[in-house]
Design a protein around this ligand. Sequence first.
Ligand code: URA
Length: 428
Amino acid sequence: MSEQFDAVDIIRIKRDRGTLSPAQIDWTIDAYTRGAIADEQMAALNMAILLNGMDRTEISRWTAAMIASGERMNFSSLGKPTSDKHSTGGVGDKITLPLAPLVAVFGVAVPQLSGRGLGHTGGTLDKLESIPGWRAQLSNDEMMAQLADVGAVICAAGAGLAPADKKLYALRDVTGTVEAIPLIASSIMSKKIAEGTGSLVLDVKVGSGAFMKDQTQARELAETMVALGTDAGVKTVALLTNMSTPLGLTAGNAIEVEESVEVLAGGGPQDVVELTVRLAEEMLAAAGVNDADPARALRDGRAMDVWNRMIEAQGGDPRAALPVAKESETVYAPADGVLVELDALAVGVAAWRLGAGRARKEDAVQAGAGVRLHAKPGASVRAGEPLMTLLTDTPEKFDRAREALEAAVVIAPEGSRPAQELIIDRIA
Ligand code: URA
């Protein structure tokens, strides 16, 4: 079959800082998905996009072409508003777990398609799979039935949703081209728009543990995604939030589920509660519910009731004991003073090396592995006091995890204060 364009011409246009036409973009995504553009050609094009960027019209068309590569879901038959949250990924980011059932308390359906972890950021599905019996894979019919009955579902995206993104993301992952704003924005938004949610709240992370290390880049990513969502008719809002230190006191799988359950029981770390409540307020407002009090629904057990039903509906036993790592080691504070920095990336890498994350897509994760924190920035600490507990089933991993943590902690004289606000900005 003769092709409409030549891949090499498309690569040259981007290499020379030109603009791709809508027809060229449509062809590129379609040809790559069906194998008519080779991986090495797409890798070269991705690198040209990373270096030279794309304008808004190109990003919008690239996103539309990725949506058109697969199926689109439609939740209109549910008869209730839908809202979803997407985080660009961070360390200790378990917010989806308490958030989905919390929003569902107020009659808003939450179709939360989630992913697995790759590299130092954890994956929601890996965390939930530490619950005995719980399964991530649901058919579209099962997902609809659970949304109608329970109101919240957290599951894996089916193979039919934006297949172009699946292929492209795997290629970007091994060719150093993940960190390109047009490619990240189109990757995330193609899946969210194809998923068919009515409204979407984006949690764009900034800091060492996030893709975006500085606020200027994070803001540009947030603005690009909000524009893509809005243009596609999805009410979209973004929060810029701090990821220079882990969220909560746990980074791992089972230990993050345990912390999420504490939040659902009305307790848990203050930062996890604050972000969960704020994102719930944004999701509810975006779905047209303005008189809700999500903080109260955490305290009075209504969110926990939905959580229990949500886990049971997917075969899990919410009351079963969670797996525990076989081995542990403690990291102690090296000096007296105020903990002013506890680096998110270092903790994420340590948790990953302990077995909580995977290096390759096919690797298994350890349910019990991870890092438990005993202090957060702002706390006064004494030399020799436990700062963190490292958890793994494979003790030979401790040394590499300790190496990752060597420069993770900064302790300053008493009276110092860490400069960290959790919610940095809102973009709508
Ligand atoms: N998450 C995605 O789904 N895609 C990206 O490109 C980056 C993060």
